[in-house]
Design a binder for this molecule. Sequence first.
Ligand code: 13P
Length: 251
Amino acid sequence: MRRKVVAGNWKMNKTNEEGIETIKELRNLVGEYKNVDIVIGAPSIMLADLAKVSAGSNVKIAAQNMYPKDSGAFTGEISPVMLKSIGIEYVILGHSERREYFHESDEFINQKVKSALAHGLTPILCIGEKLEERETGKTLEVNSKQIKGGMAGLSVEEAKKVIVAYEPVWAIGTGKTATPEMAQATHKEIRKVIEDMFGLEVSNGTIIQYGGSMNAANAAELMAQPDIDGGLVGGASLDAKVFEVIIKAGN
Ligand code: 13P
């Protein structure tokens, strides 16, 4: 049985103080949920404080990005060594917003995945097709390319540690969720791509989250699908009480 992982992605929202308050509230609300892993992806400026506020609880903190070098002349970037030094355990990589606005390629994302793994960070590798790609029948092709690119060159042991987040771009922030059946069908295809790359043991164990307008009303039905192992939640993760309902659905 795969454990569900419910992760929030705050994106570029909240002040440091608001972030701290939300984590304090969340850790009190979700302390009893033992059957789900809970992660919050926060802006980098808050990570150190949030790691302290969440310490000793079942709420883990993720970075939303990182640079795939340990240190050096990369102005404005943050390294996996820095993340580890403040107790961060997860990093969201290859989010569609980074692919779109910051032109991140599969090759660059692959470097980040490898670097994260080398430093003991759990990568949450985001993939997903755009609307025109779905409408022109390219969903599998696009997701397959992003999985193959993002996980290229990993050993079986490394591949086992990667969390995949399937986020159809047309469902992000639009209120248009994939139906549970539609999401399930795509998750199954993605798992098959992972099987072809790394074998059945890895693909059976890989956590594949769904993301894209997941909310308190639709989370339970989505996560009830056999190949949907949790969620990567944007807007509905900003409020601790709303996010708690989604976490409960995954517990
Ligand atoms: P929304 O839940 O706001 O649609 O965002 C999904 C997402 O991009 C999470 O990474």
